[in-house]
Design a protein around this ligand. Structure first.
Ligand code: APR
Length: 236
């Protein structure tokens, strides 16, 4: 691999973790089929019923801990280990990219295995053993809450994500319905000349940006792409 390696930027959503057993949000039986967003994933829900919110994230945390990275996560980590410049921007709050070995992962919507101050989103803390309980306070004295960006809240890492996508030589979008802002706008931050590839069984998000849309599950589509790029020793 040469130093000035072309940069692969990968925008991932819940679909990349679906084959690890983690529910997506908007597919059949998705998370939002079984929970009202306004009951568990908004600042108002946190004020109204913090214990319900904590139970929702405790359950998701249990699922995340039980899950294992799938071939899609591993394909991206292996590209990085093969010397490719791979930057991942994920909407997911699981740690499957990191557990697969990816080292450059930016979380847009937080990380479920971390806690944060209820007052200041910049103050992050290790998760208390046994999960967050009402009355667990951070060192500044405010209640701990899940390190998750809720609907209606700012996305503090979005500007950094824009900078990453703006430097992409190839943008790979995997397993996202592109239905949540501002994450969905990242596709338009890619340079005009940057090819964009979509991997999703329902690659139905018709966009002129896609030079290739693989209507396949991530655990098939990504290893296929990664093997091709490694064989050719170049992207695209
Ligand atoms: N491989 C690839 N893609 C898949 C797979 C799979 N095995 N299974 C499902 N998908 C696709 C679906 O077709 C869909 O396009 O993954 C996408 C999942 O879309 P959503 O459920 O909307 O998830 P996501 O796009 O990540 O949601 C974005 O919304 O609720 C908020 O904060 C939450 O980060 C989340 C954001």
């Amino acid at each position: 691999m040469t130093d000035s390696q072309p940069r692969l930027v990968v925008l991932t959503g819940a679909g990349i973790s679906a084959e690890s057993g983690l529910k997506t949000f908007r597919d059949g039986d998705g998370l939002w089929e079984n929970h009202a967003i306004e009951d568990v994933a908004t600042p108002e829900a946190w004020v109204r019923d913090p214990e319900l919110v904590l139970r929702f994230y405790d359950e998701r945390r249990t699922q995340v801990r039980r899950a294992k990275p799938n071939p899609a996560h591993h394909a991206l980590a292996e590209l990085e280990q093969a010397g490719f410049d791979v930057r991942i921007v994920t909407q997911n709050i699981d740690d499957l990219h990191e557990r697969a070995g990816s080292r450059d992962v930016l979380h847009l919507h937080g990380e479920i295995l971390k806690a944060r101050s209820s007052i200041d989103p910049r103050l992050l803390y290790p998760l208390p053993r046994g999960g967050i309980k009402l009355g667990d306070l951070c060192d500044k004295g405010s209640q701990l809450r899940p390190h998750v960006v809720w609907f209606g809240e700012a996305v503090p890492t979005y500007p950094h994500a824009c900078d990453i996508v703006a430097e992409a030589d190839l943008l790979l979008v995997v397993g996202t319905s592109l239905s949540v802002m501002p994450a969905a706008m990242l596709v338009d931050q890619a340079p005009v000349e940057c090819p964009c590839i979509l991997v999703d069984p329902k690659a139905s998000h018709l966009s002129p940006r896609w030079v290739k849309a693989l209507d396949r599950p991530a655990s098939e589509g990504l290893p296929t792409l990664a093997e091709h790029w490694k064989r050719e020793n170049r992207l695209w």
